[in-house]
Write a protein that binds this ligand. Structure first.
Ligand code: SF4
Ligand code: SF4
Length: 619
């Protein structure tokens, strides 16, 4: 096609207008992001960050994994977007008598155009499928529909149709079709700024800057001497001024897909907490001042979060919900002191170093009664971390006893500390950073005094805290912490623990994935492999592995008052009962506590293993 001078001038004017409108729409958003403070180093580990972008954005791994059908349709549109980057450049340069594709592909230009045509067909299938789900299948997607997202879907459809038509257009229609295609493209930049399609631009950037691990909290510097005199001190997310730039970016990047809310145990139970809504409430605060609690999230909703991590884990655009939740909790605990959901819990820890409000002497008494060996500096290999639940919860005694038997059977040298303080896990999740740091320092001192090198922690909450959080409290903290499922599997594999049947033949046995073992630590297979070693074929629950449903015990949920319609533990129990399981095995003392009495028997993994080493005829 040849273009007259006036056509070239008109096109240049339209390109400049589209660009100017884009910049005008982008400026306030950039200002909003740049007004945020920096909360941490987010430009380290560049190769790992780039690989995450390749995996999650270019290969669409998280999008497809979260919702396989919808994710595949989305991937079809996304891959088309990439292929059309070349085609679109060529389309505009053609008006200026430059053949971009010719220069790039030479003789293979036609073949490339045919390839793009095939991609265009896939994009049409993808966008029609997505629009059908969104606008026709209203029972699956019942939310209010955004007008602009419908317009964008229609425009993508028309772009593909005009491209395909342009390949073989009748001469009279060739140029009008070219112009229509060009106008559709030029309308895109200003439009995406006004719709959820802003994620096309922001998604890859947000994924790049995201933390490597779920709920990666940095300690607040609470040393008065280090606090700047001339600057305001930030103790959590009190007001919009405290919201860091990455969180502001999160608010603007949300694609409103609702995957987070669909995974949130509190939202599923009909409670007030709704992760998508608090992210969108953050977006609505653009250009406004005000408190975070009340404007972005209510105290009631905040108190309902179990920190299960399901929302952040599934989000395809790298949004860090947990930073909002913990930031707001820190403001509650450290700045305002109001509306805290677990005040008594924290007071018990303050008084006795454990949330069960029991004197420390109770733990010593239990150690004497069960004849548990003391950890001996320079002699003992493994420290068994009892944790508050096994030390102070009477119902957990059988789990502890079972673990002592397993440790004895393994032949490893092991022992417990004379004294433990709560790991501080729940204090931190309640925003009580000062209490967390005090507890962490107490425990670190004990570990160092005893020269501890290896810890076996049956509680995934403590495990996560030792592995990920103690090294941020004390830089040279390097004690290796493993979960008891990892310990047991290693010793089963090296032959020091020999298993037979656990005596559960004929019973349907299932496994509940604890959030902090699975989603946070990625330990899904070890507990399953241990169970399989006893000859049990696990009857899996519908919600399992990284989509496991929280037991409701997280973030002090196991002792916190929950004045709600449906409790999270009730919903999980219902699922276990509906599965027809008679025995549920888990690898977390809190999960066991929450799920006790759901079915015939709730067992800790250690109990199962102890049972399987005690039935001689089975070996
Ligand atoms: S962490 Fe869990 S409970 Fe909290 S908002 Fe996210 S999904 Fe809901
Ligand atoms: S926060 Fe993430 S998962 Fe939730 S609606 Fe937004 S993009 Fe989707």
């Amino acid at each position: 096609m040849t273009f007259l001078l006036w056509e070239k001038l008109l096109l240049s004017t339209l390109i400049a207008t589209s660009g100017a409108l884009f910049v005008r729409g982008l400026t306030p958003k950039l200002r909003f992001i740049m007004a945020g403070r920096s909360d941490r180093q987010r430009t380290d580990q560049i190769p790992a960050r780039l690989w995450r972008v390749v995996k999650e954005v270019l290969l669409q791994w998280r999008v497809i994994k979260g919702r396989p059908v919808v994710g595949t349709l989305h991937a079809m549109v996304f891959f088309g977007f990439l292929a059309f980057a070349f085609e679109t450049t060529d389309h505009f340069l053609e008006a200026y008598d430059i053949s971009f594709l010719g220069a790039l592909f030479g003789g293979a230009e036609h073949a490339f155009k045919l390839f793009v045509a095939a991609v265009a067909v896939l994009v049409i299938i993808g966008i029609v499928g997505l629009a059908y789900r969104r606008f026709v299948m209203v029972s699956i997607s019942p939310d209010p529909k955004s007008y602009t997202s419908g317009v964008v879907a229609l425009m993508i459809f028309l772009l593909m149709v005009t491209y395909l038509y342009g390949l073989d257009a009748a001469p009279a229609w060739e140029k009008p079709n070219w112009w229509f295609h060009a106008l559709l493209i030029l309308a895109f930049p200003p439009l995406i700024l006004r719709s959820k399609h802003f994620h096309i631009l922001m998604g890859p950037i947000n994924v790049f800057f995201r933390n490597a691990h779920l709920g990666d909290y940095l300690p607040l510097d609470l040393d008065v001497e280090n606090m700047p005199e001339d600057e305001e001190i930030t103790l959590g997310l009190e007001s919009m001024d405290d919201v860091p730039w990455k969180m502001r970016m999160d608010f603007l990047t949300c694609v409103e897909c609702k995957r987070c809310t669909d995974q949130c145990p509190a939202a599923i139970c009909g409670q007030e907490l709704n992760p998508r809504e608090f992210i969108l409430a953050g977006r609505a605060m653009m250009g406004r001042e005000g408190a975070v609690i009340g404007n972005i999230i209510s105290p009631t909703a905040l108190g309902q979060c179990t920190t299960c991590g399901a929302c952040e884990n599934i989000c395809p655009t790298g949004i860090e919900h947990l930073q909002v939740l913990t930031g707001a909790k820190r403001a509650q605990a450290l700045a305002t002191g109001q509306d805290m959901a677990a005040g008594e819990f924290l007071q018990s820890i303050e008084r006795h170093g454990n949330p069960f409000d029991k004197p420390r002497s109770k733990r010593k008494q239990l150690i004497d009664e069960l004849g548990i060996p003391a950890y001996k500096k320079g002699e003992t290999e493994y420290l068994l971390w009892m944790g508050c639940n096994w030390a102070y919860n009477d119902d957990a005694r059988s789990s502890l006893e079972a673990m002592t038997q397993v440790l004895d059977t393994s032949g490893a040298s092991w022992g417990v500390l004379d004294e433990e303080s709560c790991s501080g896990h729940h204090s931190r999740r309640q925003g009580e950073e000062m209490q967390f740091q005090t507890l962490a320092n107490e425990n670190i001192e004990r570990f160092e005094a005893q020269g501890v090198k290896k810890i076996v922690a049956p509680c995934p909450h403590c495990l996560h805290t030792f592995r990920r959080e103690y090294p941020t409290v004390k830089e040279d903290f390097s004690v290796e912490t493993i979960h008891h499922s990892e310990f047991m599997l290693e010793h089963i594999r090296n032959g020091s623990i020999k298993l037979g049947s656990a005596g559960l033949e004929g019973k349907k046995v299932t496994y509940h994935d604890p959030c902090y073992l699975g989603r946070y630590e990625g330990v899904y297979d070890d507990p399953r492999d241990v169970i399989a070693q006893t000859g049990i074929d696990i009857a899996e629950l519908p919600r399992r592995r990284d989509k496991s449903f929280c037991c409701g015990g997280g973030s002090a949920g196991f002792v916190r008052e929950q004045d709600v319609g449906t409790r999270v533990d009730q919903e999980r129990k219902r699922e276990i009962i509906d599965s027809g399981a008679q025995v549920v095995v888990t690898g977390c003392p809190e999960c066991k506590m929450m799920l006790d009495a759901a079915v015939e028997e709730t067992m800790d993994l250690a109990q199962l293993v102890a049972q399987a080493t005690q039935i001689p005829e089975a070996r």
